[in-house]
Write a protein that binds this ligand. Sequence first.
Ligand SMILES: *Cc1c(COP(=O)(O)O)cnc(C)c1O
Length: 513
Amino acid sequence: MSRPTVDDGTVPPGGGQAGSAPLLGGAPEPTIFELSHPGRSAWSFRTTGIPETPLADLIPADQLRPEPPALAEVSERDLVAHVTRLTHRQFSVDLGAYPLGSCTMKYNPKVCDTVASLPGLTAVHPSAPASLTQGWLALLVELEEALCAVTGMAAATLQPAAGAAGELTGLLLMRAWHRSRGEDRHKVIIPDSAHGTNPASVTLGGYEVVTVPSDPRGCVDMRALRTVLDGDVAGIMLTNPNTLGLFEEDIAEIASAVHEVGGLLYYDGANLNAILGIVRPGDMGFDVVHLNLHKTFATPHGGGGPGAGPVAVSERLAPFLPGPRPVRLDGDGLEPSYGWAVPDQSIGRMHSWHGNALVLARALAYILLHGRDGLRQVAEVAVLNANWIRHRLSGTYDVPFDRPCMHEVVLSVRDLRREHGVRAMDVAKAMLDTGFHAPTVSFPLIVEEALMIEPTETESPQTLASLATALEAIAAQARRDPDALHAAPRTTPVGRVDEARAARRLIATFDAR
Ligand SMILES: *Cc1c(COP(=O)(O)O)cnc(C)c1O
């Protein structure tokens, strides 16, 4: 490969890639391919004495590529520098406030990572017999019980790998329950403010989506709901507080109306930050709940890596849960105390082995760390912080539903757009120049030019004040010099991306030549 390398003194140009803009001024940073030099590699273990099996003995010749892939050849030193430079271009929950509404991007205590790194947990093979993995089984059973206590449900599965996987699991459980009663229902109701995964999961689960509108309060329109309720409705999927950050005031009435036609209530508990220790979906009348452990319970998310979307259910749905499930055995104290059991009418597996086990370990650590009172405090502070932001910014931005919110608040940039041509996206991009991550934009879909802010409980009053000050300064600039905002961000490694071109003429490869 004849690419320029840094050691002959010529720092190569960045190849016109937006990502290669210099971080600290000076020459653009080289890409990994530009650092490549034939024959370089990192240290590796090659002294085992076991002869290496030639590839051709392992893979049929016609499946082998004719020549090796054009991977970069770099020294370990250059590779580490390259990757470290890249990590410094990232924004993360460890770096600062990340108020991305509907996503609960919050700082997660490092002690949970410490727990998830314990060799007693990491060094266990998933197929080891129950008699040798009693500790793991105890952890899984305790977590299921804790999640049932938090949600007011009777039983849970820890298998689903993410929120959307939990949704699909929940819908399959709903179908299994209806079928066990000899019924084949076809429709699932979803409010128009719902998270996009809800209609996607309903469709994937083989159901038809029926949308109900929100009323002027931002809640489910009860009258519209009653018109679509009939014997073909398998259930309704709701988030409460809903995706506008508002509590569904009529939840008890909704629950009885849906149950009256034989439907079930599904609670999208991806974001439990607002209700932890205060109110339980089970008490609101829900039958199925999924939780995103990677939002509320101490696993960072959004940058890849595993998540977990456990599903908790009421007594009548428990026989259908995915199996095998970790269970407590009533032994005489000499036999193992935990084992595996497959529920009678199980819908089958939703994940190999035990789900994303180390995410589960983090979640139990987080729950035990906080205890009952601590979890309640998480919710109280999350709600207080969101309301503080709402109150402070209500003079600067439009607040479409200006009443006490839960863990997040939705603002609108529609006035700035009308008067100065500044959109929610411009405000979000300008935020990146202030050292904060942007809030969610253009969601929920029913609010024009939405900015959805979820400060979370982990941010201090000082951080909240700086966040609000940054948003106020951006609004002031929108009035003074709107064009400057169209050009934001200016200080990030990648500037404003042409989203239309990125979608229509996507170039997903790097041409190394
Ligand atoms: C994040 C989220 C989901 C989806 O969770 P994933 O783990 O991303 O699949 C579903 N519903 C709501 C309300 C969410 O915020």
